[in-house]
Design a binder for this molecule. Sequence first.
Ligand SMILES: Nc1ncnc2c1ncn2[C@@H]1O[C@H](COP(=O)(O)OP(=O)(O)O)[C@@H](O)[C@H]1O
Ligand SMILES: [Mg+2]
Length: 239
Amino acid sequence: MIALRDIHKAFGPKKVLRGVSMEVERGTSVSVMGGSGAGKSVLIKHIVQLLKPDQGEVWVKGQRLDLLDDDALDAMRLHIGYLFQGGALFDSMTVFQNLDFLLDRHTPLDKKERRERIEETLAWVNLRDKAPQYPAELSGGQKKRIGLARAIILEPEILLYDEPTTGLDPISVRTVADIIVRLRDERGITSVAITHDLLCADIITDNAYFLYQGEIIASGTMETLRRSPHPELRNFFGT
Ligand SMILES: Nc1ncnc2c1ncn2[C@@H]1O[C@H](COP(=O)(O)OP(=O)(O)O)[C@@H](O)[C@H]1O
Ligand SMILES: [Mg+2]
């Protein structure tokens, strides 16, 4: 479903990705782990081409994304939901307006259909009653879930999560992680999540990649990563 092949990316003299390859099977949940500044966000931005590789190939649904023109890329992006680290909500709009804005812009749905889709999506993240609220009125965990509602409202086949649970208390972490699992199991969504939250990773991960200084130094199940003798992984897992 998604494949990155030998991606290199530098900003000026700073080499952030040094030949990263990864593969994501349809309907599975992949986690990208690693310390702060390892290049995780830079890596997943390549999957939607928010960043272009200096070298390497980006494949999504059988197409070379890095070779598509802007129109073809826009069409492809509608299949990909992105949960940004900050949630990407407009503070001046209510939850309802934030979601309606996207539907109005990207779908042919009429007003009544949009309202139904919004209610259905808010039910998915268990926050139906928050439609009239402004983002500032929500807790951290609720904001993440509304960010998630925003990412799934166009019904993408692929979801990218940038630190979906960072900064949340353990109960909120479980709530968000459980929604991610349900999206995979009930909607068949293929996902890539950046996380350094082990509680979350243990719940959502089918297959993980560990990024260190712009290179994948380990991959496999969480169990495989935990057993790695590599000092960086031992440090990360506290073993
Ligand atoms: N647009 C950019 N311009 C220059 N440097 C960047 C840019 N985006 C990220 N970087 C640098 O790339 C490195 C990796 O960043 P990032 O992928 O955000 O790390 P993380 O693994 O914490 O998500 C950092 O040193 C960061 O400063
Ligand atoms: Mg990041």
